[in-house]
Design a protein. Sequence first.
Length: 464
Amino acid sequence: MNKNSHLFKSRKALKVFLKAKRRKKKLKNIKHKGSVHLSQNLTRKYTKRKFIGHQSKIFKKKPEYNDVIKFLIPHYKKFSERQLPANDDGNLIVPKTFSISENTEESMYFLKRLFHCLHSEKPKLIIVDYILCEYLDVDASACMDLILEGFINYYNKCLNKGHKVKIDRILPKNFETKPNIKNVLFSIGAYKNLKQFEMIKSPDADFIAFNLRIGDKQQDKTGILKEIHETEIVDYVIDCLASSGHVLTSIAEGNLSKVVGEVMANAEEHSNFRYRYAIGYFMKPNKINNDLGVFKLSIFNFGQTIYESFSKNDNCNSVIVEQMADLSQQYTTKRWFKKAKFEEETLWTLYSLQEGVTSMRNWKRGKGTIRFIDRFFKLKGDDCNDNVSKLTLISGNSKIIFDGTYPLQEIIKGNDEKPMQVMTFNNSGNISELPNDKYVTFVPPTFPGTLITAKICLTNKNII
């Protein structure tokens, strides 16, 4: 027994000795190849032993954000100049007027906070509180829901791959007793995913939603989808009027088609981003509006702004850029540029609206913007301010409002004395003169793309 025990110990000692010798030799060989390789080798061996059986989840790469979130990550902090809270608790109070076109500063700051909370994942609970909100516009709601949808899809992909998500819940509240708020919230459907129920509406409800339409330039190179969306919008307005017993005139139908088509084309022309969005609603007649109803439409995209499509585009129409640069020099000489009030970006955005101006080398596109402005005024019935109809354009830090106060003017331009339509927002009709800063202005919040929101009060002139 003692002999066997001694033999066993001797063999064990020999194995230990030989193993140590081999380890020493292997270590010596590895040192010649460098310590980094050794560290990586030992780490790999340790990790394999520690997480055996869990490798399929632990080592899966984190999913990517969708195109919208990836684009907005480097831009969202410019949504507003206001600083983010040091320790955001995730309790987000929706502004009283949540509208990018009508309450730009507060609405963009809210979106900035929302995006930051979702991206940083610091608050476990995010509350979107509508306690103070009295008016919810489709432009702000659409942007908010695109952000929510992008992050929620990302979180779900993370969880499916075994990655931790710090946010436990996103909770909208205090909107249930506000029918006007609920109407817009559920016109897209993102909240339908957050709250597992659908909004119940009676067939004679005043609010008729036009659900979000998304255009994709990569999938629609021929422009067929844009034409389909244009037709859908026009048919939608026709159906809304028909529900009240009205028929749109052929002229009004043509004007509406031109407004929608040119706005969509304008949005895609200046943007280098893949997607374009359209959303709206129709409000049937009631005590607070006219006999026919009000149509609200918002078309927007992300990507380069109108100013950037001229100033940072090597393929831009060089003749137009030279004209803009000359105009900038005139304003600089006269000291008309004022920081954060009226800058070169504001001037170039205004100039881009004039007839014959286009960032494209195709000069035919130079009538597009002025045409949809003209059709907009004709569609609402006249060139005067009716205190309801309004078209607002926001691109980057520029904001331009059309309400009929300043109509289109016709001027004679060039050696051939060719008449051209201009929109200068001054009484002279001269783009070289300062516009009224109530309608053409620099806004500190940066919208990373172009947004056009139209509110059209349909009158008896539009029906048969």
